[in-house]
Design a protein around this ligand. Structure first.
Ligand SMILES: *[C@@H]1O[C@H](CO)[C@@H](O)[C@H](O)[C@H]1NC(C)=O
Ligand SMILES: *[C@@H]1O[C@H](CO)[C@@H](O)[C@H](O)[C@H]1NC(C)=O
Ligand SMILES: *[C@@H]1O[C@H](CO)[C@@H](O)[C@H](O)[C@H]1NC(C)=O
Ligand SMILES: *[C@@H]1O[C@H](CO)[C@@H](O)[C@H](O)[C@H]1NC(C)=O
Ligand SMILES: *[C@@H]1O[C@H](CO)[C@@H](O)[C@H](O)[C@H]1NC(C)=O
Length: 509
């Protein structure tokens, strides 16, 4: 879109977006807690919320490309939630997400009018057997499925386009600085959360796909320990690393969503069984502590904060470290993660060998489970892309990784060796460092540490931290060992509370 046209669009949007929602309830930026208050004191209904978001999507989406489909059933679901609340006709107690509209990344299956396509045309019209495990949990909690979020097509695994591009959804834009990358692959989820196009959203991460877009769109992203949330019914890359997590405007909202989606699922049995021991009795809300930084040992490993002196990032991150110390954290700088350069090198750490083989196996398995699909294998997707070179932007994006994956023949000696190298790197790297220094977390910028975490299924939370000279957001990421969600939430919540860094989107050119 040419710049002047963008400017006019933005001017028009900003004017319209000033309008308050129903009965004076301010829906823009509304938190889950305030939405529930609004429901309870009669100043808001779920129907009004859905109308607000649908209207906002229709205005903003031509510019931001955050949403790939809206749910034709959303208003009916909202009406049902409103009726349940009024009549008290509900078996379960009304939880935090009851009547709350949630937007799902387009690789998360729903058994309804919505398509599940990972951004592609190849899977348009495919019919899933059932909702994804996390969606079943959201529906049980009474949430309203608002629609599907745009994403980097095939979670970036077709090519490394990286900016939220998909054949069906177009190219995502950063709502702060429209020309800046919104990052991927959970691009639409992060943009929609940031620009109040949904109350809350879900993203998925294999290596950075929640942490990066959440950081660059100034929202909170939780990447749960692998297995804490079910991957059943989610278009996969690798079960060794894939995880589903919330992207929201506040830590508390993200924790509400996390509480709703964690837990055992027979269709992702081994991983969810193993991780279920990490789920605390009473859920995660108890860890929203304003003094959550007190006494925490936070490592700052070398090699991540490489911002030149005098840049906004360098100054702001420096200030945040000192703020955390003032809040009672023990911040330990100058730590070394062994073999960090290898760990961060996708080509040499083992991922380039393991992932393509795992991807082919798990994608073919997902495709074979569908009730109907125009494509039934990776090979057929490759053929589809070759047959639709214009729609699929083949000239620019190609499908190199698909071809590499199609060439693999399962998990053989080579792949096993790569996976064992990844495990060894993690054991000698972050895990050893955390144990030796008794760390509760390491702090790193944005998604800088995502590969270090990805290879071992480790959890992380990113929180808005500041804005660069041109207004592009950045985040601070807390990460740790498997099952460390409770203390990561404590630190992230306290950090958010004391810094209050998030500002509303600016829509700068
Ligand atoms: C109801 O709660 C909302 C959210 O806290 C608040 O903004 C609004 O003023 C309240 N309205 C009434 C009538 O109490
Ligand atoms: C799903 O895709 C079909 C095309 O196969 C389209 O007709 C339909 O409108 C899509 N559903 C939604 C909710 O957009
Ligand atoms: C940045 O400033 C600090 C202290 O002011 C100094 O020790 C350091 O060498 C500087 N780094 C660079 C890269 O200039
Ligand atoms: C696939 O394997 C063949 C035979 O080993 C090789 O020649 C070809 O370059 C491979 N293609 C890709 C994309 O890796
Ligand atoms: C990590 O580095 C050490 C030397 O610091 C080396 O002995 C070891 O083999 C490396 N591990 C891996 C998995 O690359």
């Amino acid at each position: 879109m040419p710049r002047p046209l963008v400017a006019v669009l933005v001017a028009a949007l900003v004017l319209v977006l000033e309008l308050p929602g129903a009965h004076g309830f301010q829906i823009e930026e509304a938190t889950v807690a305030s939405i529930q208050l609004g429901f309870n004191n009669g100043s808001l209904t779920s129907m009004e919320l859905v109308r607000f978001y649908l209207d906002r999507i229709s205005r903003l989406n031509p510019l931001l490309h955050a949403v790939i489909e809206v749910n034709p059933d959303a208003l009916r679901q909202a009406a049902r939630a409103d009726a349940e609340r009024c009549s008290g006709r509900r078996r379960r107690a009304i939880g935090a997400l009851h009547g709350v509209p949630v937007l799902l990344k387009d690789n998360i299956a729903t058994r309804d009018a919505l398509n599940t396509t990972a951004g592609s045309f190849a899977m348009l019209g495919s019919v899933v057997r059932r909702d994804a495990g996390v969606v079943r949990r959201l529906r049980r909690a009474g949430a309203v499925v608002l629609g599907k979020a745009n994403m980097d097509e095939w979670a970036n695994f077709r090519s490394f386009s990286g900016g939220g591009w998909s054949a069906r959804g177009g190219k995502g834009r950063n709502p702060y600085v429209l020309s800046a990358t919104p990052c991927g692959s959970s691009t639409g989820s992060a943009i929609a959360a940031s620009a109040s196009m949904a109350a809350v959203t879900l993203g998925t991460e294999t290596d950075g796909s929640i942490l990066c877009p959440a950081s660059l769109n100034s929202v909170v992203g939780i990447k749960p320990t692998v297995g804490l949330t079910s991957r059943a019914g989610v278009i996969p890359i690798t079960p060794r690393q894939d995880t589903i997590g919330p992207i929201c405007r506040t830590v508390a909202d993200a924790v509400h969503v996390l509480d709703a989606i964690v837990g055992y699922d027979a269709l992702d049995a081994i991983a969810t069984m193993q991780a279920s021991k990490y789920i605390p009795r009473g859920g995660y809300m108890q860890f929203l502590k304003k003094d959550g930084l007190r006494g925490k040992r936070i490592g700052v490993p070398n090699g991540f904060f490489n911002f030149p002196n005098g840049t906004a990032q360098q100054m702001v991150y420096e200030r945040h470290l000192s703020t955390m110390r003032k809040q009672g954290a023990i911040v330990i700088e100058n730590l070394d993660i062994e073999n960090l350069s290898v760990l961060l090198d996708f080509q040499n750490n083992g991922q380039l060998i393991a992932l393509p083989a795992e991807f082919k196996l798990s994608l073919n398995s997902y495709l074979s489970n569908l009730l109907y699909s125009p494509v039934r294998s990776l090979a057929e997707i490759i053929a589809f892309n070759n047959a639709h070179p214009v729609e699929e932007n083949m000239k620019e994006n190609g499908q190199t990784i698909f071809l590499v994956a199609e060439n693999t023949t399962g998990i053989g000696a080579l792949e096993r060796e790569a996976i064992s190298q990844l495990n060894k790197l993690s054991a000698n790297g972050l895990k050893k460092l955390m144990r030796e220094h008794e760390l509760d977390a390491i702090a790193t910028p944005n998604n800088a540490a995502s590969s270090v975490l990805a290879i071992d299924g480790l959890p992380a939370i990113t929180v808005p931290a500041g804005y660069g000279k041109l207004g592009v957001p950045f985040g601070l990421c807390f990460s740790g060992l498997r099952g460390y969600e409770p203390r990561l939430i404590e630190m992230a919540y306290a950090f958010e509370h004391v810094t209050m860094a998030r500002k509303m989107p600016t829509f700068l050119p």
